[in-house]
Design a protein around this ligand. Structure first.
Ligand code: GLA
Length: 709
């Protein structure tokens, strides 16, 4: 970047590491009166409408989409931000009340660049933060807007990161879907105009993930330039790519400006949540590897970050709301017998919750249903040899609940209008401290009843009626809600440091880098069908490591789409998540299925380190290829797991080859099951044949170990 003669902070270059200055990149030309110039420029060849910038703002000539729009006390739009100072600090910055990546000066060589810009007229200051984690090629960005003036300033738009390209012909890749089919990759050319995805749902959403890639039009997994932005935030967002009148490209990400209007009184500040950026000139695979390392080691925290996670059975698809304590104990016994580590009691254990129309908000144990106290149930489950976990949905309330009857104003609802319902429930106003405190206390009372070692934190509807009784400025409510949610999660993590937390939002509706700062896993999707999961997990892997994906084997035909996939393939696909488990009635399994599951559990224990920490390779694309193949490799190349599932079967068809990547060139690898040695070069050139005429969902998993002697 570069501060020019007028004090504007221009962006010059973000690409292959390079020394020297790149201030020759922006061009200056008379573009007629259509591109306005700052008054003192004194030339028509200088316009912010054309120049690449680090933090474009609305107010002095840039008429593209900008990162900042403010109104002063009179209601007038516009500001003019000029460079004031900068400094470089050791270590990576953190953000007050918001999730952010973290890295150390000593161990990671991390540094923070802080650049302050200011508008003198309204007394506005913006501190831009750039956190650099050099070893994994990450630059994280955030911004803090401070009102240093004497009048109220209203922030109408505040985004966190912008990348301006002076030229280029690009594709944009976004990750889109719906409940039960999240994060399908979608790739298209960047064309004139503006393309954006985002969420106004009060959650990062199933529909568009807060992660975006821009790449060369011919970029592949292993070649071409690619840039990405990941939002470290779980609420509303907007990610946009604009191709301008002069074929320049602007990529930007941050808070959504819809349903947002944030007042700052003199002395107050507003923090734009973090965006993690990375760059690759070796295609999408390298980009993903940078992001996987970043989220695994620099976003996730706590003892479970680097530890083997329990293999669990979850009661939901086994029993839904209909279970007794005895049935759960029988499920736990069977889980123990099969070699699992944990039983999770999902929805239905509290209040009068026998269906999804009541009791959210009343986190009192239904002892009649459990046939005793929660403590007794946990003891009985632990006595079978497995740990105990529990489901909650603390941000929600049913109108049919004691909490709502006592505090109707604690739900987000507009006075004089009946609130829109989602799954018959309302969203609690987490922007209010008394609401958060009540729910936090209720949660602690549950967690303190016994040896609870896992918590599934769910969130099952979008926000519609954005009104809080605690403020007159309703445009701040969703932002404050998320500060409130992060406050509760932080308190939870501090009070129960050993509790394993898994996020969930009707499946993967809040699967974002913000969440992973508080919990190392998220339920990837309510769709547990093996076939669809290939696509969902494949899509998720572009921006997120497998270690964060909750993935379970469920029964067939699948509850969601009626499909039947072999148990071996379902297992292999679920075993590619860091939160592996089962979600079916184990007591209904026949002997053969039990035998397969015992083998899967043994297998997972032997490979889970590679799944959690290895380099992940997308060998094929499950949306278009006949075989879905993927690979985990140790960072040092010493071993690899290569998996394949036949996704399209043809009778008497051609032989299909699985071609691994990333093996050590010129080395030899022994495949463990067959004890056969293969030359790495040939494997990576021609691949390994799968059995000819393989049946649909036939699966194979090869474990290669490098022969080092
Ligand atoms: C959501 C979750 C499911 C399950 C149910 C319980 O739909 O995604 O996994 O926990 O809620 O009501």
């Amino acid at each position: 970047m570069h501060v020019d003669d007028f004090g504007y902070l221009l962006h010059l270059y973000y690409g292959t590491r390079s020394e020297g200055t790149m201030d020759y990149l922006p061009t200056y030309a008379d573009r007629s009166g259509c591109c306005c110039s700052p008054h003192e420029a004194g030339t028509r060849t200088y316009s912010l409408d054309v120049l690449p910038q680090e933090f474009p703002f609305q107010g002095n000539g840039d008429l593209r989409s900008t990162l900042l729009q403010v109104r002063d006390e009179s209601g007038t739009f516009g500001c003019d931000l000029r460079y004031v100072r900068h400094e470089v600090r050791a270590g990576k910055y953190g953000l007050p009340g918001l999730p952010a990546s973290y890295a150390d000066a000593d161990t990671d060589g991390a540094e923070t660049l802080s650049v302050t810009l200011a508008d003198e007229r309204i007394g506005l200051e913006v501190e831009l933060l750039f956190g650099v984690i050099p070893e994994i090629d990450i630059i994280a960005r955030a911004a803090i807007v401070r009102n240093n003036g004497d009048g109220r300033v209203t922030v109408e738009k505040l985004q966190s990161a912008c990348l301006d390209f002076v030229a280029g012909s690009f594709d944009v890749i976004t990750f889109n879907g719906q409940h039960c089919m999240e994060r399908k990759p979608s790739r298209q050319h960047v064309l004139p105009g503006s393309f954006s995805v985002g969420s106004r749902r009060g959650q990062s959403s199933h529909q568009y993930n807060p992660f975006m890639i821009l790449c060369d039009r011919d970029a592949t997994e292993t070649a071409g330039r690619a840039w990405s932005m990941s939002f470290v935030y779980s609420g509303n967002f907007k990610a946009e790519v604009e191709q301008t009148q002069y074929q320049q490209i602007r990529m930007q990400m941050g808070l959504s400006d819809e349903l947002f209007s944030y007042p700052l009184e003199p002395g107050e500040q507003l923090v734009a949540p973090e965006v993690i950026m990375t760059y690759s000139n070796e295609g999408l695979e390298h980009l993903s590897h940078n992001l996987h390392r970043c989220i695994r080691r620099h976003v996730c925290r706590g003892p479970w970050r680097d530890a083997p996670r329990p293999i669990l059975v979850n009661s939901w698809e086994a029993h839904y709301f209909n279970f007794t304590g005895d049935e759960l104990v029988r499920l736990a016994e069977k889980a123990a017998d099969l070699g699992m580590d944990m039983l999770v009691m999902d929805d239905g254990w509290f209040g009068a919750r026998d269906d999804d129309c009541r009791s959210l908000g009343d986190w009192t144990v239904n002892e009649e249903k459990l046939g005793g106290t929660l403590a007794q149930l946990i003891e009985r489950v632990n006595a079978t040899g497995v740990k105990f976990g529990i489901w909650v949905e603390p941000e929600m309330v049913n109108e049919n609940s004691d909490l709502f009857r006592a505090h109707p104003d604690w739900a987000l609802a507009i006075p004089g209008k009946q609130p829109a319902l989602g799954r018959d429930q309302l969203v609690l106003d987490f922007s209010r401290k008394e609401v958060r405190d009540n729910l936090f206390d209720q949660l602690c009372r549950v967690l303190d009843q016994g040896n609870i070692e896992y918590l599934k934190w769910d969130f099952n509807r979008s926000m519609i009626d954005i009104y809080s009784h605690a403020t007159v400025d309703q445009g701040r409510v969703i932002y404050d809600y998320y500060l409130g949610l992060y406050d509760v999660l932080e308190r939870l993590v501090q009070r129960y440091p050993n509790l394993l937390i898994e996020g969930c939002a009707a499946g993967g509706g809040r699967f974002d880098a913000g969440w992973f700062h508080y919990a190392p896993q998220f339920w990837t999707s309510d769709n547990t069908d093996g076939h669809d999961r290939m696509t969902i997990q494949y899509g998720s892997s572009f921006g997120y490591p497998c270690s964060v994906m909750g993935a379970h084997v469920s029964a067939c035909p699948n509850e969601v789409n009626g499909r039947t996939v072999s148990l071996s393939a379902r297992g292999l696909i679920a075993m590619s998540g860091g939160g592996f488990g089962y979600e079916l009635d184990l007591l209904e399994l026949n002997d053969r299925a039990c035998e397969i599951i015992r083998e899967q559990i043994k297998r997972y224990r032997s490979i889970e380190g590679l799944v959690r920490e290895g380099l992940y390779y997308r060998l094929t694309d499950p949306m278009s290829d006949d075989v879905y193949a993927w690979e985990f490799m140790a960072e040092d190349g010493s071993e690899a797991i290569v998996n394949a599932v036949v996704a399209k079967a043809e009778g008497y068809g051609e032989a299909r080859y699985v071609v691994p990547r990333g093996l050590t060139r010129d080395a030899f690898y022994r495949e463990v099951a067959s004890d056969r040695v293969y030359p790495a070069n040939a494997l990576m050139d021609m691949g390994l044949p799968l059995p000819v005429s393989s049946a649909l969902y036939m699966s194979r998993s090869y474990h290669f170990v490098r022969v080092d002697e």
